[in-house]
Each structure stands twice: as structure tokens, then as C-alpha cells.
Design a protein around this ligand. Structure first.
Ligand SMILES: Nc1ncnc2c1ncn2[C@@H]1O[C@H](COP(=O)(O)OP(=O)(O)OP(=O)(O)O)[C@@H](O)[C@H]1O
Ligand SMILES: [Mg+2]
Length: 341
């Protein structure tokens, strides 16, 4: 067990989502050059909490394991090891029917809603479908469901007439609104959002992000929000977890992370974000070297080959996430996995 995170446990007692020591290794890939096979260590020993009504963002370079973490939480892929608890109940290990019941509380919004919306169903039926599958109290009649669909459409900013349309008749932003309405249909406690606005025009991105924030304020839904656009992350998050090559290297509340990052990787990642005040932008720093392969990650700290501060210990010992006391006025603790900082 990752001892330092016990303190996350007790401090954030009653967290909605508790992920502990999550690991996902994908099957080894065979190469032309070698008969030895290494599994892809996509996610290795990842632990975090999401509180009720909170937005926790997962950020990091492409391939660092964000989607794998998100899908493991929902069990859309089976984690290799670790524990995921929702509302105190273990989700890993649930049978198919039990998991199906749990999915009421645990929904997902994808980057490309088009791929996840049945093209042959009307928008109204798409949103009503989860209600039919779960036959919720008070929603057993077709009329009651149709009333709720209408209400959900108004909540996500779609007109009632749109209920009769098919997904291809919607714009990208409207389709994402439809995906959000469907995710909300069963009043979930947590919605996993995997790059929900990356495929949208910038102006539409802002509308969808603001919609997600309004819905959170109204319904208290929590988000596990995966994104690589740090400006979006800064806008929507309460807390942010930074991933590097399958591990969380830093977690802090949004303001602390953006104003006083501790991990050298976070510093470099953030140096690429325009500062809110023009002229105050920190010098942009460029990461040295290529990202290593998660099939053969570096020993010790996985970031050490690219780290400007690497010390001998970093090559040998993998640093665990430990709390730091610098966070004056911070709402939640600041955890960093670094020997030097
Ligand atoms: N089905 C799979 N089989 C083997 N390897 C996989 C599979 N899915 C993902 N990976 C590998 O696992 C690692 C993490 O992938 P993941 O998709 O979780 O990253 P990500 O952070 O979501 O990246 P992106 O920002 O590009 O979406 C990558 O090295 C990826 O190539
Ligand atoms: Mg991804």
C-alpha cells in the first residue's frame, strides 16, 4: 500500500470516489526485433479521491494514462490491480449485473459524442434509453420519461423540438449537449469526462464547459475530468492531478497547482500555458528528451531522464506521493512525488 495516501483517506473522509493503488498493464506487444515481451505499464499505483460535487482533473502528456485511469474507474476496462470505491462501496470485483446497477451513479462523456450516440435513434430516445433500462421510481411510464427528457433538454440548452432529430442533424456542440443530457438522465453522482471539449471549436468549448459547471452547481454532480488543455482545466477544476508515464506526480487544489507547482514536470507543463496577466508569463521551458516507453519505464523516478533537477537517488528510488506543508490558505493538501522538491 502507498502509505502516504492513508492521510488522503482520513482527511477526505467520506470522499465520493476513492481510487487506491490502481494499476493497468496492457498485454505485452510482440516486436519484430525481440521475442521478449513487456507489458505496457499504462497506469501504475495511482491513488486519488474525488469529493462530492468536486471536479478533479487529470492532466499530462499524450499516452500518460489518463484515459486508462478514467476507463478503469468505470470498469470499461478491467484494471490489473487496485481498488475503486464509489460511495464507500467497492466497484472492482462486482459482477456484471451489480456493476450495471452501479453505472447509474457513474456515467461518462466522451470526446466524440457522435461515436457513442446511436445514429438510428432520435435524440429523445437516446436520452430516454437509460431511464428505460433502469425503470426508476416515478419514471415507469412513457409519459413521465418523456417529461423528464424534455426537462433534461432544457437543462442542457437544447430545444424540445430537437427530441425528434437524429444525431447527424446536430452540430458538434449540440451533440455534446445531448451526450451530457444522456449522462444526466439517471442523476449520477460522478461523471467521467474524457476530453469532452477537445473536438469542439473554441467558442463552443467555452459554452460546454460553462454548461458542465452550471449543472454541477445545480445538481452537485462530481466530475473526473480528463483534458490536456490546461486553460480549460484551470477554468473548471477544483483540484488537479498531474500524471507522468502512468503515475501521479502531483495533486493540489487548482490555485496552488497553477501558482506554486512543486514537481519539475508540472513546472515544465505549466510553463507552456499563457499567464492570465499578459507580460507575466513565465519563460517557456522545453522538456528535454523523448517520453520513455511505458513498456520499459525508467527505474526510480520515471521522470528522471528528462528532469533538470535529477539527483542520484532519483535513478534508484521511485518517489511516493507525500504531503507538503507549503500550501498557505490552500483548501486541500498538496501532494508531490519528488525526492528533490
Ligand atoms: N488497448 C491497449 N493496448 C495496449 N496499450 C494501450 C492500450 N490502450 C492504451 N495503451 C497504451 O497505454 C498508455 C496510456 O494510454 P492512454 O490512452 O491511457 O493515455 P492518455 O493519457 O489518455 O493519452 P491521450 O492524451 O493521447 O488521450 C499509452 O502508452 C498507450 O499506448
Ligand atoms: Mg486519452
Amino acid at each position: 500500500m502507498n502509505a502516504p495516501l492513508q492521510s488522503v483517506d482520513s482527511r477526505r473522509a467520506g470522499a465520493l470516489l476513492e481510487v487506491r493503488n490502481l494499476q493497468k498493464f496492457y498485454g505485452a506487444a510482440r516486436t519484430w526485433f525481440s521475442r521478449r515481451q513487456y507489458p505496457v505499464q499504462a497506469v501504475d499505483d495511482v491513488s486519488f479521491d474525488v469529493a462530492r460535487g468536486e471536479t478533479l482533473s487529470l492532466v499530462g502528456e499524450s499516452g500518460c494514462g489518463k484515459t486508462t485511469t478514467a476507463k478503469s474507474v468505470l470498469r470499461l476496462i478491467e484494471p490489473t490491480a487496485g481498488s475503486v470505491r464509489l460511495d464507500g462501496e467497492e466497484v472492482t470485483g462486482l459482477g456484471r449485473e451489480e456493476m450495471r446497477q452501479r453505472r447509474r451513479d457513474l456515467q461518462i462523456i466522451f470526446q466524440d459524442p457522435y461515436a457513442s450516440l446511436n445514429p438510428r435513434m432520435t435524440a429523445g430516445d437516446i436520452v430516454a434509453e437509460p431511464m428505460r433500462n433502469f425503470s426508476l421510481d416515478g419514471l415507469t411510464s412513457e409519459k413521465a420519461r418523456s417529461e423528464r427528457v424534455k426537462w433534461l433538454f432544457s437543462k442542457v440548452g437544447l430545444r424540445a423540438e430537437a427530441m425528434k432529430k437524429y444525431p447527424y442533424e446536430f452540430s458538434g456542440g449540440q451533440r455534446q449537449r445531448l451526450g451530457i443530457a444522456r449522462a444526466l438522465a439517471l442523476s449520477p453522482k460522478l461523471i467521467v469526462c474524457d476530453e469532452p471539449v477537445s473536438a469542439l471549436d473554441v467558442s463552443v468549448q467555452a459554452q460546454v464547459i460553462n454548461l458542465l459547471m452550471d449543472l454541477q452547481a445545480e445538481f452537485g454532480v462530481a466530475y473526473l475530468f480528463v483534458a490536456h488543455d490546461l486553460a480549460v482545466v484551470r477554468h473548471i477544476s477544483h483540484r488537479v492531478a498531474v500524471m507522468y508515464l502512468g503515475k501521479i506526480v502531483e495533486i493540489a487544489d487548482r490555485d496552488t497547482l497553477f501558482s506554486s507547482p512543486r514537481h519539475p514536470y508540472t513546472e515544465i507543463l505549466l510553463s507552456a500555458v499563457p499567464a492570465p496577466t499578459p507580460g507575466k508569463r513565465a519563460e517557456r521551458r522545453v522538456m528535454s528528451g523523448d517520453p520513455p516507453s511505458p513498456a520499459n519505464p525508467p527505474t526510480g523516478c520515471r521522470f528522471h531522464p528528462r528532469c533538470p533537477l535529477a539527483a542520484p537517488v532519483c535513478r534508484q528510488v521511485s518517489p511516493s506521493l507525500t504531503p507538503r506543508s507549503d500550501a498557505v490558505g490552500a483548501k486541500t493538501a498538496h501532494f508531490v512525488a519528488c525526492h528533490v522538491r
